[in-house]
Design a protein. Structure first.
Length: 440
């Protein structure tokens, strides 16, 4: 950790992600001297490369605007770099390095041949016109296209990058290179996208929770669930909870959260999706449409629930939130967002002996279906929805079982330590591939 902090000053999110992994991996490495001798973990904390570039675009008033874009190519030991792009004003190198670092373990857990990467820009799509978003995306891809390729690096969406942005970026790549190839996932169905990619991360996080519950005899049917966020991951996590008979009490955005004691049913959820994806509105507008609900500033973790699924952003559950969740009877967490719980918060969950599904395992459904989109693009075929739904469920169960095999009996009172399980299971495959390549 000293070396990581010295080499990467001022990058707290990256330090946090490495700390969380190293804390669980080091005892495992201690028993396997070859990993230590070959400095595998140390090498994994250094990205293959970080590309940063200027993104210039013109706003609707004719002003020239300048943002910074990045692509962090972390590790391609087991396949082409793969990981989303985030457009948000908080994006910086630290955030993208934490996400890229996590991504190498997550992608390994899926069992598919994908390395880890991440990218994005400090661009805020909120309040921008359609044309401004289009011009930004085109300018971003004009530089990014030099660094990606179907066998090199295949980005996707993340916060602030959805179907609209992927469409603009794919179009620009095609125009610049005169090639129609699978260089992005999350594409529209008309141009090489895969069915269920949109749903995959949210559905997957709920499948992971369901698999953990199967081990402990719990069930989602009739359970109360708190969800944060109201974007892609949150709305589809809510949808799958409803399919499985749970009552969804909350959703949020950066302005605050809504608490609907009657539950956010299917019709209300469709209204939220239209609010967010079509009208690009705020979650606070929900209470005017559904007066039985309340809007509050802050995060939803004070609402008593049986299970919590954070689906907004990093560090959105601090140590006090974690204590509150436990005190109010929460029995399990499945992380849809990346690194949503601070390290001390994870300790609270683990000390309380409640189920804790870490993001690199619980939210891997999205990248798993992205991997399936890559396969379909390479073979120039489209798989059916039934086939993909089955593959997603099986993949999430497989990830659960893989984590379980390493974490079984290592948690409080002999329960499973899913954090340990996910970190070790994700690490081993990448580490063994790196060993095979020698020193590089
Ligand atoms: P979206 O942009 O679709 O939605 C993000 C949601 O989180 C919005 O409701 C947004 O509110 C809220 N949010 C973002 N930043 C903050 C903040 N600082 N404080 C409070 N709320 C915030 O993104 P996704 O749903 O795609 O991503 C959500 C999380 O899931 C991220 O951590 C992402 O890395 C992770 N993830 C996403 C995958 C995917 O397939 N999309 C795959 C794996 C992980 P507002 O509109 O106000 O900004």
């Amino acid at each position: 950790m000293d070396g990581v902090q010295k080499r990467n000053p001022g990058q707290p999110e990256f330090h946090q992600a490495v700390h969380e992994v190293a804390g669980t991996i080091l005892p495992y490495i201690a028993e396997k001297p070859i990993y230590h001798k070959m400095q595998i973990l140390e090498r994994m904390t250094e990205p293959d490369r970080v590309v940063s570039f200027r993104v210039c675009w013109e706003d609707d008033e004719g002003n020239i605007r300048v943002n910074r874009g990045w692509r962090v190519q972390f590790n391609n030991a087991i396949g082409p770099y793969k990981g989303g792009c985030r457009f948000h004003p908080s994006v910086n190198e630290s955030v993208l390095k934490f996400l890229g670092f996590e991504q190498q373990f997550k992608n390994s857990l899926t069992g598919l041949p994908m390395g880890g990467g991440k990218g994005g820009a400090n661009f805020n799509p909120k309040g921008k016109s359609e044309n401004e978003v289009m011009r930004f995306c085109q300018s971003f891809m004009t530089e990014l296209c030099r660094h990606i390729g179907p066998n090199t690096d295949v980005p996707a969406g993340d916060i602030g990058v959805g179907a609209r942005e992927i469409g603009y970026m794919f179009g620009q790549y095609k125009r610049l290179t005169n090639k129609f190839e699978g260089i992005l996932t999350g594409k529209g169905l008309e141009f090489g996208g895969s069915l269920i990619r949109t749903e995959a991360t949210g559905y997957g996080a709920v499948y992971f929770l369901q698999s953990m519950l199967e081990q402990t005899g719990g069930a989602l049917d009739g359970a109360r669930v708190c969800i944060s966020g109201s974007g892609n991951v949150a709305t589809y996590a809510a949808e799958k909870c409803l399919h499985l008979g749970a009552k969804v009490l909350t959703l949020s955005d950066s302005g605050g959260y809504i608490h609907d004691p009657d539950g956010i049913d299917g019709e209300k959820l469709e209204w939220v999706k239209a609010l967010k994806n079509v009208r690009r509105g705020r979650i606070s507008e929900y209470v005017a449409e559904y007066p039985g609900a309340e809007f509050h500033e802050g995060r939803p973790w004070s609402v008593p629930c049986d299970y919590a699924i954070p689906c907004a952003t990093q560090n959105e559950i601090d140590v006090d939130d974690a204590k509150l969740l436990v005190k109010n009877g929460c029995k399990g967490i499945s992380e849809g967002a990346n690194m949503p719980t601070v390290v001390e918060g994870i300790n609270v969950f683990q000390d309380a002996g409640i189920l804790y599904g870490p993001s690199k395992a619980a939210n891997a459904g999205g990248v798993a279906v992205s991997g399936m989109e890559m396969s379909q693009n390479s073979a120039r075929i489209s798989w059916s929805e039934d086939e993909l739904q089955k593959l997603l469920l099986e993949t999430m169960q497989g990830i659960h079982d893989n984590c379980y095999s390493y974490g079984e009996g290592k948690g409080k009172d002999g329960g499973c330590d899913y954090l340990l399980g996910a970190n070790v299971a994700g690490f081993v495959k990448v580490a063994d591939a790196m060993l095979a390549y020698g020193v590089q």
